[in-house]
Design a binder for this molecule. Structure first.
Ligand code: 9UX
Length: 70
């Protein structure tokens, strides 16, 4: 398992979190994720190293902007 962390800008409420969760959970290989509007963070756990472009695109699709931290 690999956990990859991102900062996400623009989320301010629980519905924002839900939008990000909904999109990112559909990315191939994503096992679980944690998203926090309060902290502006997203952590994605995958079986194999994550494809950043897919995660970044999914967050963009939800209407927010992500940057990888680690
Ligand atoms: Mo809540 Mo987030 O009303 O973009 S959905 S602020």
């Amino acid at each position: 398992m690999t956990t990859t962390n991102y900062t996400v800008t623009g989320m301010t409420c629980g519905h924002c979190e839900g939008s990000v969760r909904s999109e990112v959970s559909q990315v191939a290989g994503v096992e679980s994720l944690e998203v926090s509007a309060a902290n502006g963070t997203l952590s994605v756990t995958t079986a194999a190293p994550v494809d950043d472009q897919l995660i970044l695109a999914a967050v963009d699709e939800a209407g927010y902007s992500a940057a990888r931290v680690n």
